[in-house]
Design a protein. Sequence first.
Length: 383
Amino acid sequence: MERPYEEDEDELRRRRRRMRRRQEIRRRRRRRMLIRRMIKAGIAAAALVMVLLIIKLIWGKWSPDEGAVSGQGKRFQAEMQKSLLAASIANGGAVNPGEDGQGEAGGLEEPQTYRYEAAEYMRQLGEEDITSSYAIFVDTQEDGILASRDAFSRMVPASMTKILTALVAAEHIENWDDTFTITIDITDYSFKNRCSNAGFGKDETVTIRDLMYGTILPSGADASLGLAVYVAGSQEAFVELMNEKLRELGLSETSHFTNCVGIYDDNHYTTAYDMAVMMEAAIQNEMCREVFSTRIYTTSSTEQHPEGIELSNWFVRRIEDKETNGIPVYGKTGYVDESGSCAVSFGTNEKGRTYICVTANSGSKWWCINDHAKLYQELTEGA
């Protein structure tokens, strides 16, 4: 009488065994499928890496300034830069001549120009040397380029723009103790464009000297705009003076500015080479060199700031503890998203030899400063 029950139990056990086998089969299938997918993904990733390596290898051969390159690539780049510079010399002073050999400054009186030639042993910088995508290092005594990385390519200057702002202002200002009142248009412009500021307030009356220091040391947009309006009546009119100065320097073919602050614009551009020319022209101006060489400055007393505002040079604060081969280095930093961290600097050794360094498109402000320190340390040794 108990047999039917036993048969039911046996059947139940068989069903359970079949179910377990089916579940195990499904698990095995899923594992095999997952393994196949992982293998396919690994093969695809390896193929992608290989393609990228091939592209990098090919690009390195055709772009000697990018990454490690062969000796032939370095010689090609040096000869290319020498030919560019030779053409500019033949142009009668234009650093970057136009196709007609005259440049935009052809009709102007010949100004003082600065022409740099590739040094005999010019160093081609790559990503293993510096983090910046664009760079140039110049010995102004020999007018020689000691190191370069994509120095003739268009780049975004960001607040390095203020080097030219300061130079143009210095050439048009006679009384540095004259005063200017900060307007709401200036403060609104600075706020709207999220600019760095010296800290002057609306309706604050400050000296023109204060505006000059405020432009360079803390990279103040309020101070830059104040200089522009004081000199030319408006930023637009002042920018015309800036571009006229570029023509005088022979740079108008490769540089053009649309504002005096460094705000990004498609038509606001320069090159590392041109930026070095602007810096050399600026440090020949007594007022500019004095301001650029100042670490800390306190503005005049005003109603809004009875004790003045203490301004400090951001570039100097970041590089002063770095090894620069004993050379005091001064400069101007810059940053917008499109430019990355950038800076232009100059340093004079104890023998009176002056160097200029420009770097742009570094991944951080500290990497940018490290690039400058490294180039001064390595390229001025024994000079």
